[in-house]
Design a protein around this ligand. Structure first.
Ligand SMILES: Nc1ncnc2c1ncn2[C@@H]1O[C@H](COP(=O)(O)OP(=O)(O)OP(=O)(O)O)[C@@H](O)[C@H]1O
Length: 238
């Protein structure tokens, strides 16, 4: 599927915090389809990049433009945080929330909730408080809550950090299915194995700059910059 939202352009984007430039300048076009993995060591600026793209970050310079008006673009994006944020309500209410606020009829919301609960293995927990779920269950719920309204682009900030292997596998399966169904994905991760499993495109960030951008697996097989080469070698970058 080709989304009318993309391509998106980041032009001369910089973010400065307390006098320090933590991102940019970034000049980049995100193409119409693909699974972009944003790699980089701690503090490289991955979260800042994703938030800048999503409009959650005040830009010091530059602009982010989508191939649709800003209000339409905002509606068609979903963002999954590193630590899932749960409403203090049931799993059912959490899952249905994005559709309920769009004013969808209750029966339709309920059908979608039941279908997604089955996909993430939480049918038996539907009427339990979401705050009582395990970390992996919460992150699956957060992902399902993002996907339930069928976004054109999904932005994820290290959604699998601190999760057990089973949960990582489940989340990767959900992401792969979304990608295959045509959802544009941009995801930050520390995990090189995960990047190799999922990426169609790599962005490597270091000290706020993009040092490598290109298709996977080529970027892994023949890194173009010494920084990305070192990162792939497991060296400590300073
Ligand atoms: N509120 C803040 N005030 C000042 N500096 C900040 C603030 N938040 C983040 N930073 C700095 O901005 C830079 C980029 O941070 P960011 O969280 O985007 O990196 P990251 O690649 O996502 O890191 P991590 O992998 O650790 O989550 C870092 O140097 C960080 O210390």
């Amino acid at each position: 599927m080709v989304t009318p939202l993309m391509p998106a352009h980041m032009r001369d984007v910089t973010v400065t915090r307390q006098g320090k430039q933590v991102l940019g300048p970034v000049d980049l076009t995100l193409g119409q389809s693909g699974f972009t993995i944003l790699l980089g060591p701690n503090g490289a600026g991955k979260t800042t990049f994703l938030k800048a793209l999503h409009g959650l970050e005040r830009l010091s310079t530059g602009s982010v433009t989508w191939s649709a008006p800003d209000d339409v673009a905002r509606m068609k994006q979903a963002y999954v945080f590193q630590s899932p944020v749960m409403l203090r309500r049931s799993v059912r209410a959490n899952l249905g929330y994005p559709l309920a606020i769009l004013g969808q009829p209750k029966a339709q919301v309920n059908d979608a909730v039941e279908a997604w609960a089955t996909r993430i293995g939480l049918t038996a927990a539907l009427d339990r408080p979401a705050t009582g779920l395990s970390g992996g269950e919460k992150q699956k719920l957060a992902l399902a809550r993002a996907l339930i309204r069928d976004p054109e682009i999904l932005l994820l900030d290290e959604p699998c950090s601190n999760l057990d292997g089973r949960s990582v596998k489940d989340i990767e399966a959900l992401l792969t299915a979304a990608h295959q169904a045509g959802t544009r994905i941009v995801m930050a991760t520390h995990d090189l194995g995960q990047a190799r499993r999922l990426a169609t495109e790599i962005l490597f960030l270091f000290k706020g700059h993009i040092h490598e951008a290109g298709p996977a697996p080529d970027a892994f097989d023949a890194p173009q910059t010494p920084e990305f080469k070192s990162f792939l070698n497991g060296d400590i970058l300073i």
